[in-house]
Design a protein around this ligand. Structure first.
Ligand code: GDP
Length: 491
């Protein structure tokens, strides 16, 4: 997401950081670099011009103050950050719930923009918040839209109102209307109406959307935009706004390799807030859109707030407390705890997604490392730990050659992989002991790809942990080494 833009911002600021004292011409220079980066990122020209002008104006106006600072480039950085947040819509917005339920949310947008998928994501999100959503299948145009929504609804355990088969059959306005009636009678507190899109904005689509809007008086009309289609997204949004009107934007497919210009320009161009962002095909790849977090990502500072929220969701508070107590009391961290960690990480999504939220994740070097990650490692690691007995997980020291070979067979992995995992785990245990003593170990064992996180957090086996590339050196002992012996014995 916004990788190339973020990289350009980072390199522009790297030059600025080297300056020490900042002059007017330095400001001109960085403004020009930002301008080029945004234009290259497909951001609308008017938005770029406005943004750059504001950054320049504020920087020049406050230059005397900036010069007093011990970190002058940081001051410019803050200006760029706050202007970015502004362009992205300012403070995050939330759903406006109706005073008298049900709250009606109507989804509109081009065909393929991700409306139906979004209906499922939103329903799941709301259900998890304790709401009782009802999905209404009023896209009777796109082939299989009704079936798709019904299947989605079934998979998340949310009821769907789908009285018409769709595929061109049925009246969407009366489906939407009867959906609201049904929701009222069954006391659903939110109704999500999926409507039909077209390949482009046309009269017929506008007419139908307007009629549905009039019939159900939505509390929110959300215009769903595929972030990958670039500037076209803005043109269609503007046309939809003047023809039908909407309250907020939802950006989908932010996980694509799009340059992201549409996302950056749309709030400013349409003067409508971005309410939600969707960044993946999984139903959980969905969240409110936070302009400040997005700005932080674009500026290469990562998105620690989202990361922390996801971690909180993935690890229940009892487990987190237990692990913390263990750490503080000096109790040994076991492979059972490790297994729990792996399971929590799997819940948080792919490794590249998790690490992509760290500061600097969009730099070319780190991107390369992240792209090289293999998510299946986590699954393989989990298989190995699951093939151990609880006693072995609590006390890996008892893992002799025959136990290791049994675990390898049980998990479908090689003895070398089992050895690697045990080695890395011991190294992590040792490191945690050092950290508890207040010392950061000098040679922190590297995570897969060499990123310097504790191996216990990242899985034990990696492409880079092939034999000969082990993190923890093994003692040279032929007969006394159960791991080697297992290999020597040909298991
Ligand atoms: P609709 O015609 O607007 O209802 O669009 P759909 O919901 O059917 O989505 C069109 C395609 O985009 C489907 O293949 C979805 O799986 C995919 N899609 C939807 N949202 C996202 C997203 O955030 N990321 C990615 N990569 N794909 C998405």
């Amino acid at each position: 997401m916004f990788e190339s833009l973020s990289e350009k911002f980072s390199s522009a600021f790297a030059t600025l950081r080297g300056k020490g004292r900042i002059s007017e011409s330095d400001i001109d220079l960085i403004a020009e670099e930002i301008r080029l980066a945004l234009l290259d990122g497909d951001v609308a020209l008017t938005v770029v011009d406005k943004f750059v002008a504001r950054v320049k104006e504020r920087s020049l106006l406050t230059l005397p103050e900036i010069r007093k600072s011990t970190n002058q480039s940081q001051e410019i950085y803050s200006i760029v950050n706050s202007e970015l947040v502004e362009i992205l819509g300012g403070p995050a917005r939330r759903i406006r719930f109706a005073k008298n339920p049900p709250t009606v949310i109507m989804l509109a947008g081009l065909q393929g923009s991700g409306k139906t998928t979004l209906a499922g994501k939103l329903a799941l999100y709301l259900k998890e918040q304790g709401d009782t959503p009802l999905l209404v299948a009023a896209d009777l145009q796109r082939p299989n839209a009704v079936t798709q929504l019904s299947l989605l609804a079934q998979s998340i355990g949310v009821p769907v109102h789908a009285p018409e088969p769709g595929n061109g059959v049925g009246d969407p306005v009366s489906v939407a209307k009867s959906g609201i009636e049904f929701a009222k009678s069954k006391l659903f507190n939110i109704v999500i109406v999926d409507t039909a899109g077209r390949l482009g904005i046309d009269e017929e689509m506008m007419k139908q959307a307007s009629e549905i809007k009039r019939a159900v008086s939505p509390d929110e009309v959300l215009y769903v935009v595929d972030a990958m289609i670039g500037q076209d997204a803005i043109r269609t949004a503007e046309a939809f706004e003047s023809g039908v009107g909407f309250d907020a934007v939802v950006l989908t497919k932010l996980d694509g390799d799009a340059k992201g210009g549409a996302a950056l320009s749309i709030a400013e161009q349409t003067k409508k807030p971005i309410l939600f962002a969707s960044a993946g095909e999984k139903l959980t790849d969905f969240d409110y859109f936070y302009p400040d977090r997005m700005a932080s990502r674009i500026l290469g500072l990562g998105d620690i707030a989202t990361l922390a929220e996801q971690a909180k969701k993935a690890i229940d508070s009892d487990t987190a407390k237990r692990l913390e107590d263990k750490f503080v009391s000096g109790e040994e961290f076991t492979l059972e705890d490790f297994l729990e960690q792996i399971q929590a990480m799997k819940k948080m999504g792919s490794m590249s997604k998790i690490l992509g939220m760290l500061p600097g994740a969009n730099s070319a070097a780190m991107r390369k490392q992240i792209d090289a990650l293999d998510d299946d490692e986590l699954i393989r690691t989990q298989a190995i730990v699951q093939s151990m007995t609880p006693t072995e997980r609590r006390n890996p020291k008892i893992l002799n050659g025959s136990r290791r070979s049994r675990i390898a067979k049980g998990s479908g992995r090689t003895v070398t992989e089992v050895n690697n995992l045990v080695d890395r785990f011991s190294a992590a245990q040792k490191m945690m002991k050092q950290m508890r003593g207040g010392n950061m170990p000098a040679n922190m064992p590297k995570m897969p790809g060499g990123m310097g996180l504790p191996p216990a957090m990242t899985g034990g086996i990696s492409r880079s942990s092939a034999p000969g590339n082990r993190v923890a050196p093994k003692k040279k002992s032929r007969s006394g080494n159960p791991a080697k012996r297992a290999i020597e014995e040909g298991h």
